[in-house]
Ligand binder design. Structure first.
Ligand SMILES: [Zn+2]
Length: 165
């Protein structure tokens, strides 16, 4: 793992652990030599602020029931793998459109080293969100579906900490 991978990991850790705090001294020092990480940090700051600026609307109970009916209490033909695939496609689409919106409007002649680093960091971001969404979908499907009516194909793959008795 090179220094930039470490830097990006620290940027993600910053937003996971202390999303309100300004960049630490260590991060600021790293940004002086790593424009990719600096831009990743700036992009995540914009994304965080944009998401927080959106109004928070609570889901009415009846809508929640519909969601449960269409997901966890789904018809048998819609298996967990399909749901994971749909979730991955949705998350990727949302992430890509977000990154598209965050792009700078100016179009330079060719990619600079900083732009290449930024593109790599953004690809990492999309992949990391997709992986997290897939993991969350898999865990939810395992926990909520396997508890009562267990598909033979799924039985035996449930981690002990997700089993419901
Ligand atoms: Zn870096």
């Amino acid at each position: 793992m090179n220094a930039c991978d470490v830097g990006r990991e620290r940027v993600h850790a910053h937003f996971d652990e202390t999303p309100e705090a300004p960049a630490s001294e260590g991060l600021r020092l790293h940004f002086q030599t790593c424009p990719g990480c600096r831009e990743l940090f700036d992009d995540l700051t914009i994304l965080r602020d944009a998401l927080r600026a959106r109004p928070s609307i609570s889901l009415p109970r009846e809508d929640l029931e519909v969601v449960w009916d269409r997901t966890v209490r789904r018809p048998p033909w819609l298996d967990a793998r399909k749901r994971a695939a749909v979730a991955a496609i949705l998350v990727t689409g949302v992430s890509l459109s977000t990154l598209w919106l965050l792009r700078s409007p100016s179009v330079p002649q060719g990619p600079t080293a900083a732009e290449l680093a930024r593109a790599e960091a953004q690809a990492d971001l999309v992949l990391s969100y997709t992986a997290r969404a897939l993991a969350a979908t898999r865990n939810a499907a395992t926990r909520d579906v396997v508890g009562s009516k267990v598909s033979p194909a799924v039985r035996g793959t449930v981690p002990a900490d997700l089993r419901r008795h």
